[in-house]
Design a protein around this ligand. Structure first.
Ligand SMILES: [Zn+2]
Length: 230
């Protein structure tokens, strides 16, 4: 098995196993202990902040992460190969027709896998929490960068947020979006912690918090929502 990062088996909170045509996909959620998080858990127990990102699909304020579905990348590669094969076929030939059918099928497969992943993740999050908070999407800016755009469309953030929103509504849960302004450049203590995207660890000189930047961001997203008077 390939683990994308090391983890302590004692802290595993959830394991999702799924069989695909050619491989098994195991999604393991790991809780990272944090004394402070435990202390504040009473007030924010059923509330969760979510940061959707590129390095991982989503980081949650409960200090778990959801990995990007790599099988989508793989399916996408296969799709591209089939498209290349199609382009080499003689126009109006039988082989071309066959190749075209293959491309359509590959397209369908990617779309189905993507939707399935987003439904599962959003379902789990809404089931486990009463208040779900995300940032107002910054996708419009990021899609201008073409390299990032691919990851974004793969991850389907916009659809994910739509799923979260309607599933929450359907189950009588609360869903909120907070302005994204400055969320990645501040600390939970309020101090300014400027850092470029390449810096993955948040280090605050004021309060001493050293933590994964995406997790800190998810916590700040939640904090912002809790600060808004209900
Ligand atoms: Zn701080």
């Amino acid at each position: 098995m390939n683990a994308h990062r090391p983890f302590d088996p004692a802290n595993v909170t959830q394991i999702n196993v799924k069989q695909y045509v050619d491989r098994w996909m195991v999604n393991i959620s790991v809780k990272v202990p944090d004394a402070e998080a435990t202390q504040t858990a009473e007030s924010a127990e059923s509330a969760v902040g979510i940061d959707v990102g590129l390095n991982t699909f989503a980081a949650l304020s409960d200090e778990t992460k959801v990995d990007n579905p790599r099988y989508l990348r793989k399916a996408d590669k296969q799709l591209k190969r089939k498209q290349r094969q199609l382009s080499r076929k003689q126009p109006a030939s039988r082989n071309r027709k066959k190749a075209k059918h293959k491309v359509a099928k590959a397209h369908q497969k990617v779309a189905r896998q993507r939707k399935d992943f987003l439904h599962k993740q959003s379902h789990r999050i809404v089931r486990d929490h009463d208040l779900i908070v995300v940032e107002e999407l910054k996708v419009r800016n990021m899609v201008r960068n073409r390299r990032l755009a691919k990851s974004i469309s793969d991850a389907g953030w916009r659809r994910f947020i739509t799923y979260l929103s309607y599933k929450a509504k359907r189950q009588g849960k609360r869903f909120a979006q907070v302005p994204a302004h400055g969320t990645s450049q501040t600390c939970l203590c309020g101090a300014s912690v400027p850092k470029p995207l390449s810096i993955r660890i948040h280090e605050c000189e004021s309060c001493g918090r050293i933590q994964d930047r995406d997790i800190v961001l998810a916590k700040i997203i939640l904090q912002r929502a809790l600060e808004i008077p209900a």
